[in-house]
Design a binder for this molecule. Structure first.
Ligand SMILES: Nc1ncnc2c1ncn2[C@@H]1O[C@H](COP(=O)(O)OP(=O)(O)O)[C@@H](O)[C@H]1O
Ligand SMILES: C[C@@](O)(CCOP(=O)(O)OP(=O)(O)O)CC(=O)O
Length: 198
């Protein structure tokens, strides 16, 4: 049974801070269930290694509070050094333990992140963009920070990428369940293909 060689579908999400990537990827996992769908965060292993090397509080770095903002610019620089040496470094760590047929990567930030998934899983990878207006992001607590919002970490996937799906996450857009329907359908088909393969 546990002879699976890899995922059947990899949904690689990107979008600006506070566009709602966590909100939407949580919703997808809710709809599909944790047996079928796992959420993978590239920032997870990054924060783990950064906390270890710099003797920081990992739980607080992973949490939503202000602590991580104190270190964000340093983490970005540190992560960029690592990625420059080895673009797949965090992708490999984040995906190492995943066994579900559908992977949802919630935080791709750079072209190299997306390229890594496309080259490892060319048949399975789909890119999804979450977007909303800056006004909505401000209402969700965002304010522009130089060195963060104008850096590759936030802008690396702004242009030159063909997204398979674009989700508009704000008031006035079609309901999320409606927008997510083709994605959920693809995920359900992928999951059922693993069941019938075995
Ligand atoms: N459609 C939505 N309805 C209600 N709250 C939302 C919605 N989308 C995002 N939020 C809220 O906005 C904030 C930012 O969303 P989040 O998913 O953390 O963004 P990101 O992961 O892109 O930084 C969170 O508090 C989240 O709960
Ligand atoms: C160093 C980072 O990985 C920090 C990411 O932290 P979160 O994933 O918590 O980010 P937000 O959802 O935008 O608040 C960014 C990077 O450039 O890799």
């Amino acid at each position: 049974m546990e002879d699976r060689t890899g995922p059947e579908l990899v949904l690689v999400f990107s979008g600006k801070r506070k566009s709602g990537k966590d909100y939407i990827t949580d919703l997808i996992q809710d709809r599909l269930g944790p047996e079928i769908c796992c959420i993978l965060r590239l920032s997870g292993p990054l924060k783990q290694q950064f906390a270890q090397e710099h003797n920081l509080d990992l739980d607080q770095l992973l949490g939503p509070g202000p602590y991580k903002e104190l270190y964000r610019a340093d983490m970005i620089r540190w992560g960029e050094d690592r990625r420059n040496q080895d673009p797949g470094f965090f992708c490999r760590l984040a995906t190492g333990g995943a066994r579900q047929p559908v992977w949802v990567v919630s935080d791709a930030r750079r072209l190299s992140d997306l390229q890594w998934f496309r080259s490892e899983f060319p048949r399975q990878t789909r890119s999804v963009r979450v977007q909303c207006s800056d006004e909505t992001r401000v209402q969700r607590g965002w304010s522009f920070t130089a060195g963060v919002d104008d850096a590759e970490s936030e802008c690396g996937l702004d242009g030159g990428v063909e997204f398979d799906w674009i989700i508009t996450n704000e008031a006035g857009a079609p309901p999320l369940d409606q927008q997510l329907q083709p994605i959920l359908k693809a995920a359900q088909e992928a999951a059922s293909s693993t069941r019938t393969d075995q």
